[in-house]
Design a binder for this molecule. Structure first.
Ligand SMILES: [Zn+2]
Length: 130
């Protein structure tokens, strides 16, 4: 067991690049240079056509709540102090859906915009009503 509790797995280079973008206030997503498919989360290849030519773009951070739930039992001891907190599936205007934190008062269908908050050992996107 690690001496320093962490809240997220380390991930690979693609995941690290995404989290570094979030720390700088950007939500990255990909567009395939060959077929135009939009995908999230970022991967090494396009899940629609298999191309490795996926371009990373920064979302404007605006979208709508697709679903939302409140977490009362966090997945790790390191996150206990944050509970309860809301997790939503958000449909971003660029055409992808992501899971992220949201204000607990948000409801399905609400227009939302992203902010960035400290959570555990890093910064995470959190959506609030636009
Ligand atoms: Zn493609």
């Amino acid at each position: 067991m690690s001496a320093t509790p962490t809240t997220f797995p380390a991930g690979d280079d693609i995941a690290r690049a995404w989290w570094n973008g979030v720390a700088d206030g950007r939500i990255g997503y990909q567009v395939c240079a060959d077929c135009g498919a939009v995908q999230f989360y970022p991967r090494s290849h396009c899940t629609a056509c298999g191309s490795a030519r996926c371009e990373t773009r920064a979302s404007k951070g605006a979208g709508a709540i697709f679903s939302i739930t409140v977490v009362h039992r966090p997945p790790s001891e390191a996150l206990r102090a944050h509970a309860p907190y809301a997790i939503a599936l958000v449909d971003l205007d660029e055409g992808f859906r992501m899971m992220a934190h949201a204000d607990p008062g948000c409801a399905i269908g609400d227009r939302v915009t992203a902010a960035f908050i400290p959570f555990g050992d890093r910064v995470v996107p959190r959506f609030a009503r636009a």
